[in-house]
Design a protein around this ligand. Structure first.
Ligand SMILES: Cc1cc2nc3c(=O)[nH]c(=O)nc-3n(C[C@H](O)[C@H](O)[C@H](O)COP(=O)(O)OP(=O)(O)OC[C@H]3O[C@@H](n4cnc5c(N)ncnc54)[C@H](O)[C@@H]3O)c2cc1C
Length: 380
């Protein structure tokens, strides 16, 4: 497999790295404190094309490939993993499914607005009783008056507070089972739709993650995305790609934890010399660097397969599983190498330690990634 990046991929990685260092990292603490991503930053990212990553020019997009997406997630996450996630949801979990499964009317209605940052989207699959077991979604969509009426709730929905459009997985067929699920595009002002409580996370506190309530929420027939019964297929295919983004996010967190640790180890002196001179510290750095390289290669392999149109579900799961464990490993050692400073709120490694944790949970826990990988092994 050829992992040499082409000129465009190199250039896009460089641009994303500069944005991370100059625009995201300096504001990460402010975003964390205020628990929001400032509107001017979102507008800047929109202007640079980051909300139309997979969309054709006709919809205002820049139509990049999955490798560039993964590299962008990695670089952005060195500065702010929360911002990277907002970008990932908008592209992989909202824009791309509409492009792939939407009608011409749906594409016309939403995609250019999504690419320009005028319209943010959220991806709503999880519920109280439907987490890892996504096929057990209970939110119902009943056919009525030529449209549908949605009743139920969603939980832990990222970007919900500022989203104008929600890709909602609902049950149109019998319970239980995956076949009875369908996807709907629900607008923020649909009658009967309301935002619920905002959750407060351990890390990535700038994320706006909420509960959604649907009480006899009426949507027109045209809100159906894809065919009835295709809901879980659309959701899981979208998650396959966005898991490569989470792998990139995890590599970025781990890489920046490494960078900070390496820098600090060169500056901090104990026993009359910089701590980087101690073999114990060097071994930590060596192990971090090795795992990061392996995680990055798994990420690139999954992205390259996606780019080539080959099946990549198991490869994306491997990349997410390994990269998220690596992020936690590196963040933990990043704190350790900083000693007491690493434990204090005003050091960036403390934030990465908290931010890394969720990469092993959302978009499918590590245990679910193992189920996907095992499933592919058993299939041969
Ligand atoms: C910050 C954040 C943002 C999120 N954003 C979104 C979003 O935008 N949209 C959305 O739809 N969801 C979102 N989620 C939800 C997320 O995808 C779920 O939390 C995740 O899939 C796990 O589901 P759960 O929390 O119900 O855990 P559970 O499924 O209850 O799992 C609990 C534990 O049991 C394990 N487990 C479950 N089943 C098995 C099994 N078969 N074998 C072995 N172990 C198993 C799990 O791995 C886990 O360790 C978000 C979550 C967080 C924390």
């Amino acid at each position: 497999m050829d992992f040499n990046l082409n000129d465009e991929q190199k250039m896009m990685r460089q641009v994303a790295a500069e944005i991370a260092d100059e625009q995201l990292a300096p504001r990460a603490e402010e975003m964390e404190e205020n628990r929001e991503i400032p509107a001017d930053l979102l507008a800047f990212l929109a202007e640079q094309g980051y909300f139309g990553l997979f969309l054709p020019e006709a919809y205002g997009g820049v139509e990049l490939d999955p490798v560039t997406y993964a590299l962008t997630m990695e670089e952005f996450s060195r500065g702010s993993p929360a911002v990277a996630l907002v970008v990932s949801v908008q592209n992989a979990l909202v824009g791309l499914p509409i492009l792939k499964y939407g009608t011409e009317e749906q594409k016309e209605k939403y995609l250019a607005r999504a690419a320009s940052g005028e319209l943010f989207g959220a991806f709503a699959l999880s519920e109280d009783e439907a987490g890892s077991d996504a096929a057990s979604v209970q939110l119902r969509a009943e056919k009525k008056n030529g449209g549908y009426v949605l009743t139920g709730h969603k939980k832990y929905i990222t970007n919900a507070g500022f989203a104008g459009l929600f890709l909602v997985v609902a049950r149109t067929g019998p319970e239980p089972g995956a076949k009875g699920l369908s996807c709907f595009l629900v607008e923020r002002d649909a009658p009967g739709f309301a935002l619920g409580e905002r959750f407060e996370g351990m890390g990535m506190r700038a994320l706006d993650v909420r509960r959604l309530e649907f009480e006899n929420c009426e949507v027109p027939a045209e809100a159906l995305l894809g065919a009835e019964g295709e809901g879980l297929k659309i959701a899981l295919a979208s998650l396959d790609l966005s898991r490569i983004g989470v792998a990139g996010q995890a590599v970025g967190i781990g890489q920046q934890a490494f960078n900070e640790a390496r820098r600090y180890a060169g500056e901090r002196e104990q026993f009359g010399r910089p701590i980087i001179k101690f073999q114990g510290i060097q071994f930590y750095l060596a192990e971090m660097a090795t795992r990061l390289e392996a995680a990055r290669l798994l990420m690139l392999r999954a992205a390259a397969r996606a780019q080539a149109g080959e099946p990549f579900s198991a490869e994306a799961a491997m990349a997410k599983l390994y990269a998220s464990e690596t992020a936690n490993f590196c963040a933990n050692l990043g704190v350790q190498i900083h000693g007491g400073y690493g434990y204090m709120r005003d050091y960036v490694v403390e934030r990465f330690y908290r931010d890394a944790r969720v990469t092993e949970i959302y978009e499918g826990t590590s245990e679910i990634q193992k189920l996907i990988i095992a499933g592919s092994i058993l299939k041969g």
